[in-house]
Design a protein around this ligand. Structure first.
Ligand SMILES: [Zn+2]
Length: 247
């Protein structure tokens, strides 16, 4: 029996039988996997405070032969991120991040950058920074990692390169921008300022600390929110259940 050990984020926790827990967790190298923690509800010794949703933990587990389920042998808490549970609004934001990650990364699809993005976003949320900005940045970065970057290089209709001057118009159907000659700004095709386009580019290239330092303008949120909502609704088959609480 080969035992793996991995840094993990707890995504879902479900009671199973009288004393077990079924845990869905996200790992950098194996993606989202599911395991059973035998007796975890009766004896907490092997799993001291480490099987709670959102927690960053180190889990030891091995694959059960038949059903693709893992046996979770033990766990060690790295960070419980208590700040994520301190109020309802933050809890919803963290839940939304989990849900979006699940939608973009199905079972056994690993992406270590996605793992880092989720972990870093939880860290910032936990410390109580600007939680609205973290959520929007997270969504942009996650969509890009999941293969849904917004194309910002050129007009998606006439092909003219966007040189960072003037309003760019978002077109949900092309998943990219259009120039003002091809598309006017409407509710269904919102406009983006050059600064916002630049910031989106930066975040799509990787959610780093620098992205947060760059974002000083409140206009960014007002511009990017409607774009992100349209983009997500157009690209993803289902609407995240938590999205309604966020909006
Ligand atoms: Zn054009």
């Amino acid at each position: 029996m080969e035992i793996s050990s991995s840094s993990s984020i707890i995504m879902r926790v479900k009671d199973f039988g009288e004393s077990d827990l079924i845990i869905t967790f996200f790992t950098p190298l194996e993606g989202k996997i599911k395991g059973i923690a035998k007796g975890a509800r009766r004896s907490r010794k092997r799993f001291v405070n480490c099987l709670d949703i959102f927690s960053h933990v180190k889990l030891e587990y091995s694959l059960k032969k038949k059903d693709g389920l893992y046996f979770i042998h033990s766990g060690k808490l790295i960070d419980a991120y208590p700040g994520l549970r301190k109020d309802y609004a933050t809890l919803i934001k963290a839940s939304y991040m989990i849900e979006l990650t699940e939608m973009l990364f199905p079972w056994h699809l690993p992406d270590s950058s996605m793992f880092d993005t989720l972990m870093n976003s939880f860290e910032i949320l936990d410390k109580g920074g600007n939680t609205h900005i973290v959520t929007v940045f997270f969504e942009l970065a996650a969509m890009a990692l999941g293969g849904y970057s917004i194309n910002l290089e050129k007009c998606s209709i006439c092909g003219r390169p966007y040189k960072g001057v003037g309003t760019a118009v978002f077109r949900p159907d092309t998943g990219g921008i259009a120039c003002m000659r091809c598309q006017g700004v409407t509710k269904a095709t919102p406009g983006l300022s050059p600064d916002t386009v630049n910031l989106i580019k930066k975040i799509q290239a990787g959610l780093t600390k620098e992205c947060f330092d760059t974002c000083t303008s409140k206009d960014f949120l007002g511009e990017i929110r409607p774009v992100l909502k349209l983009h997500r609704e157009y690209r993803l088959e289902n609407r995240p259940r938590t999205a309604g609480y966020l909006e």
